[in-house]
Design a protein around this ligand. Structure first.
Ligand code: ZN
Length: 365
């Protein structure tokens, strides 16, 4: 899922306008976009979204949508005052004191009207060393989930996912998983939260594997905030299905294109005379019409270059996911993974964490 903060893709210069959705539709396989509840509540706000009967109509997006609970934005943006009832914080927009409870999060997400919404969780950065805080967050996330279940006004129209917390502690993760499984009939899908925050890759993979091995096989598993192409392949090998990340568009802003070998930095001087497309395997409009030298010349002066790179990067991620999906359906996932890592690490041995992750997934690389 590409992330559309405030329902827009900044790099594509489209605030609630047709072009944003036009471009996304043309990246081929984007089926779901993620909108940030916190930003959408600030602008355009629930009242306007209610008038349009929700975000999809407001941005003229006819495919899937997902909204986060709003909690993560607060943790990442703000000086957090943590209390049992919900999270209190100061708005970075106008300094107002705001307060988000599970009920309020559900209320806003019901107004936004996404197909998938997320229960409010108590997020602690995986880099934190405060064990008590992780215990508290694990317990509280389950308590808040019960309040979200009660407050959710449209359970038959909007699928609410519960979020597993517990940091990097396997015991806490088990507690969180068991708590969610006890409410399985309310949960059409599950998310693995509190990762991708700077923890060791080995630990990250072990937690994803632990969660996926315990979750129901017939419901989607969503690893939140994951978006490097390699991580998407690894998590899929470990049993996950769904990802969101700002990475493809954020890295495009810095002049970086995603390619099967890794990344291509368009600002480097070697690009000035490189007349190949970004990725010769790519079928996107950028790769069909522009060469690396053209984009290199543009990248420092013309903001449209970042749009072009965003477009390619999103298409790259979508093709990766489609190819992976086909490989899984055709029982060709192991050869897919082998070809993928061989291309990314042609001469070098695989990093140890990666070999261990594929061992966990029983995939021989
Ligand atoms: Zn392309």
């Amino acid at each position: 899922m590409p992330v559309g903060t405030q329902g827009k893709f900044r790099e594509l210069y489209m605030t609630f306008c047709l072009r944003a959705t036009y471009f996304l539709r043309n990246t081929g396989t984007v089926k779901v976009v993620l909108g940030n509840t916190y930003h959408l509540e600030n602008r355009p706000g629930s009242e306007i979204l209610d008038m349009f009967n929700g975000l999809p109509a407001f941005i003229n997006w006819k495919r899937g949508t997902l909204t986060d609970s709003g909690g993560f934005q607060m943790v990442s943006l703000l000086d957090l005052a943590d209390i049992e009832e919900g999270v209190a914080f100061q708005s970075p927009v106008d300094g107002r004191q705001l307060f988000l409870t599970p009920e309020r999060s559900m209320n806003i997400q019901n107004s936004i009207g996404a197909d998938i919404l997320m229960a409010l969780d108590d997020v602690v950065s995986s880099a934190s060393t405060n064990d008590t805080r992780f215990e508290q967050a694990t317990r509280r996330t389950i308590e808040w989930l019960d309040r979200c279940i009660s407050a959710h006004r449209r359970p038959y129209q909007q699928a609410m996912f519960g979020i597993i917390q517990g940091g990097t502690d396997k015991y806490l993760r088990t507690t969180s998983i068991e708590g969610l499984l006890g409410r399985n009939h309310h949960l059409p899908g599950y998310a693995i939260g509190g990762l991708a925050g700077g923890e060791h890759k080995k630990t990250f993979c072990e937690i994803v594997s632990q969660c996926c091995s315990r979750l129901p096989r017939d419901k989607p598993r969503y690893v939140m905030g994951v978006g490097y192409p390699l991580d998407i392949v690894v998590c899929s090998a470990l049993g996950a299905d769904l990802y969101d990340c700002v990475y493809p568009s954020r890295t495009a802003r810095f002049g970086t294109a995603l390619i099967p070998e890794g990344v291509l930095r368009l600002k480097t001087t070697s690009m000035a005379t490189d007349y190949r497309p970004l990725d010769s395997d790519c079928d996107c409009l950028v790769c069909k019409n522009y060469c690396r030298a053209h984009l290199h010349a543009k990248i420092k002066k013309d903001p449209s270059a970042a749009s072009l790179l965003t477009y390619h990067n999103i298409r790259f991620q979508m093709r990766l996911c489609t190819d992976m999906h086909i490989a899984i359906a055709e029982q060709q996932f192991t050869p897919f993974v082998q070809a993928f890592v061989r291309r990314m690490f042609p001469q070098r041995p695989l990093p140890q964490w990666l070999r261990e992750a594929f061992e966990l997934a029983t995939i021989e690389v």
